[in-house]
Design a binder for this molecule. Structure first.
Ligand SMILES: [Zn+2]
Ligand SMILES: [Zn+2]
Length: 557
């Protein structure tokens, strides 16, 4: 009997972001990706969301490393945070490792990580993990589908992928290699990208976007062009550069990650922009409008990025003016729609024309749509299937799709963050769950907790009312010192507000005097009383729900 293999899902099943899974073989653990999630609008002030590392922390001595399937933030962005807690081997293509290193360096952990670079088709052994890397096409170059040859047969993880038959670099998704694996060894368990399971048909090829960009650029001769896209989308940057250089323009990159990634990709020979066609943003004013194209970060509306600053007039290098054309060669990822809209509004108000995927085909998704998924499933023909990388509805739709392409429904298992499965000679069974909460990061505080977020939501929607009560207690005698003070923020204002404040003072005074007369002396009891009294008053009088903060001074502890 071969030993069982466990797969634990720590993130990315139920949301787009913070992808992280663990394979547990022979007492050792290998992660597949360790990414972060960007917050949506109701996560007040949060910078990032990480996977829950509780289970990894408890098993830190067993963790060997992480396979980074490709260089996107939702796959590599949390590696630096996990390195806070344990050393890791990071395995991936040279570009993926280059991008990961930038992130890891930001957290000061380059020394705690060791790096293993792999090439297309490589098969390597790390501890008990026998792993094989198949090229896939995606919106960052050099991504992999990873096959784990385990005592329970092959577990194939698709990575993020699409079936682009004419990719910019000619590097195709290795369907033949995956097909060989499926016929020779058989795929025991398939974990596959679900992002676009709900989208019909095939995705557009990246090269078709290049042609569309050329048309858009040519039609805007003589005008200044600004194009925003993901800084890691090296092929998109290449196509933008090709389109504008052909029209005699010089490329100027703007934004920290764009500058960094363009330099990295040129150095690795993955991006071809001649030296004399690349200029620094500091020199942008030296060019006539029709002779330059600025390639910028901020396509997701990130408030601190170059594009958002242009939209508010706060970009120190570039002021948007009439006649400028801004191309958003991107699509908002879920949660970012609001910010992207705000940026577009701002650009339009400053006189720019905005071209985006709603008006022109200037963006193609990097994720397989339903017909591509069907092709993949019919080649992989897995014994068991678990959809990964998606919101729950994407996972459910992908599960349905798999059964239509021939996997029996009882062999398709929809899992969520925190679920685990055990693959044994008898088949696949659900295992014990592990913690998989959202871990919120704000500033340098690593784990803010859901409580803090709830408080922020209350403050944001209702404001704050505080009552400060001072007491003098001497022997059996207890009395108020002065009158209680009511301090509020974001609650009421003006003459009406003054009256409400006075009434609140009276209400609290009466309640406290009454309680003191009855012998109540401890701070906790009195604070409870003040909270209840003030809460009831606020609710009856204003029908609002601010945060209530009672402060009682001078009472018994
Ligand atoms: Zn992803
Ligand atoms: Zn990706």
């Amino acid at each position: 009997m071969a030993q069982p293999v466990r797969v634990v899902f720590l993130g990315g099943l139920g949301e787009i972001g913070r992808n992280c899974a663990a394979i547990d073989i022979d007492g050792r653990i290998m992660l597949i990706d360790c990414g972060l999630m960007f917050p949506d609008n109701d996560m007040a002030g949060i910078d990032l969301v990480l996977p829950d590392f509780t289970w990894l922390r408890e098993n830190a001595h067993r963790v060997d490393g992480v396979v980074a399937t490709h260089g996107h933030e939702d796959h590599i962005g949390a590696i630096g945070w996990l390195l806070d807690e344990m050393p890791l081997k990071v395995i991936g293509s040279p570009l993926t490792i280059g991008l990961a290193k930038n992130r890891i360096e930001e957290r000061g952990h380059l020394k705690k990580a060791s790096f293993i670079e792999v090439s297309d088709g490589d098969r390597i052994q790390v501890g008990p993990f026998d792993m094989e890397f198949f090229p896939v096409t995606h919106s960052v170059p050099h991504g992999y589908a990873t096959a784990f040859h385990t005592p329970q047969g092959v577990i194939l993880h698709s990575g993020d992928f699409k079936l682009d038959m004419t990719p910019v670099d000619g590097r195709l998704t290795d369907l033949a290699g995956i097909g060989h694996l499926a016929t020779d060894d058989g795929i025991r368990l398939f974990l596959c990208d679900s992002t676009n399971a709900q989208s019909e048909g095939f995705s557009d090829s990246e090269t078709s976007i290049g042609q569309n960009l050329e048309d858009v650029v040519r039609a805007r001769a003589g005008r200044r062009l600004i194009v925003a896209c993901f800084a890691s989308h090296i092929h998109r940057v290449q196509q933008i550069a090709n389109a504008v250089i052909a029209e005699g323009r010089t490329v100027v990159t703007m934004g920290r990650s764009m500058n960094k990634n363009v330099a990295l990709a040129r150095q690795m020979g993955l991006l071809d922009i001649p030296d004399n066609k690349l200029a620094k943003i500091e020199d942008v004013d030296r060019f006539d409008d029709g002779d330059v194209c600025i390639i910028s970060t901020g396509s997701q509306g990130e408030p601190m990025a170059a594009l958002a600053r242009m939209s508010t007039g706060d970009n120190k290098f570039l002021q948007i003016k009439d006649g400028d054309c801004v191309i958003l060669s991107s699509h908002p990822i879920p949660g970012n729609e609001h910010s992207v809209n705000a940026v577009i509004e701002g650009l339009l108000r400053r006189g720019a024309e905005v071209v985006d995927s709603t008006t022109h085909r200037v963006h193609a998704t990097g994720h397989a749509k339903s017909e591509e998924l069907k092709v993949m499933h019919s080649i992989v023909k897995p014994e068991w299937f678990i959809p990964v990388h998606g919101e729950y509805r994407h996972l459910v739709e992908h599960a349905r799709l798999a059964t239509r392409v021939g996997t029996p429904p009882e062999r398709v298992v929809v899992c969520s963050d925190g679920d685990s499965v055990v693959l044994s000679d008898k088949g696949l069974k659900r295992g014990e769950s592990v913690p998989a909460e959202y871990v919120y990061v704000h500033g340098t505080v690593g784990d803010l907790g859901e409580g803090v977020l709830d408080e922020r939501r209350t403050l944001g929607t209702g404001g704050l009312v505080s009552a400060i009560v001072s007491l003098r207690i001497e022997g059996p005698h207890a009395s108020l010192v002065g009158i209680p003070e009511i301090v509020s923020r974001g609650w009421v204002s003006g003459d009406e507000g003054d009256q409400i404040h006075k009434d609140a003072v009276r209400s609290v005074t009466d309640a406290v005097e009454d309680a003191l007369a009855k012998g109540v002396r401890t701070r906790s009891d009195l604070e409870k009383l003040v909270r209840r009294t003030l809460g009831r008053f606020v609710s009856n009088r204003t029908r609002l729900r601010p945060a209530i903060v009672p402060v009682v001074l001078g009472a018994h502890e």
